[in-house]
Design a protein around this ligand. Sequence first.
Ligand code: PLP
Length: 428
Amino acid sequence: MTTQGEALSKEVIFDLFSRYVSPPKVRFFQQVGIDFVIGRREGAFLWDVDGRRQLIDCHCNGGVFNLGHRHPELVRTLQESLSALDIGNHHLVSEWRARLGARLAELTPGDLTYTVFGVSGGEAIDLAIKVARGYTGRPRIISARGGYHGHTGLALAAGDEKYRRPFGPMPPGFVQVPFNDLEALDAVMDETTAAVLLETVPATSGIVVPDPEYLPGVRELCDRYGALLIIDEVQAGLGRTGRLWGVEHYQVLPDILVIGKGLSGGLYPITATVLRPPLIRVFEPDPFIHVSTFGGAELGVPVALKVLEITATPDFLAHVRAMAAYFRQAFASLAARHTGLLVRLRQLGLMMGIELPHPQAGPLFSRMAYEAGLLCVYAYNDPRVVQFLPPLTVDRVLAEEIVQRVDQALTVTAQVLAQGKEAGAWSD
Ligand SMILES: Cc1ncc(COP(=O)(O)O)c(C=O)c1O
């Protein structure tokens, strides 16, 4: 069924997509033998548009679908929004943006207080960098090699080199260091450093869970050099790690916290850059120095509030931790049975990465997982690792089903590797 007119066949969709959207993307999926077009979606499940294939979503767009697809309460909330609201006017004072700002101030750590709304994670990171530079009057932004913060201007400049290479000169002042290495960070920090920008658990570089002392050490270095700490929780936030915010595991208070993806409930794009009180000074001379027409669109705000209401309860977070414990145990058994292939499960709560022995194995496993009915995608900056992010609403029965399918995919991956077959590429 389509929302307008007759359903299109899959063949026609591929043809239109190739002619009018992205021929290289269509070629890619044809090459790797994946002819999936999202049709029906509900809870943890996605169906092919022809209804023939069902996938359990263990990718969740990096956390957009933390609460599954089309969560009934979120759908109802958006429907109610539609009966009264529209985008609103981003220049005016807004009841709905005020309500969401207040709730975020309550729920975020320490004295994080003021929210600047955006539409995308990249935009929210751009704004965080602008604030850091505007507040400190310093140019330098230090981020992690292999990190990912989005494809917009300043976020792109802070990310991995391969995403920047084709696009010419980048803004100056960006430096990357290895993640989880305090000495390397200390070596590049100085009085020109405006901010250190890090994901709590870098996802695109393979769900790298930092050592317990790393983020507190980064905080100390920032304090020593008078730099700000920007924490990107676009993926790690909103309960994914078993706490509402990933940084809570490390008792670190960032100066700026960036929230995206899951705040949308998968229904209405919205992101938040939350600032500690002194930083609002940047907007004192001109409160319109940064605006975003669709940022914090009023239609999406009640959905975001509902996401927070569901996610922030102790029971919900306890459920995430309980399911994380189940996966930890299940993967320990899988590792014993798939020695030489399954290295380990990288894990902080339900932020998980399946570590395999070499870079060919991740793309191959992703392909085999697809055959086994799972959507999970390897980490683009470390293809040994397959990002494994089931919805946080996963229950024990579904978790067992997922583990069974992972087992199946590992078995076939091992067989194909043993036959020396080449893994096809499969990209995020
Ligand atoms: C950690 C992180 N930060 C920022 C972004 C950028 O978000 P968006 O795609 O909404 O611009 C992403 C997207 O995957 C991300 O994973």
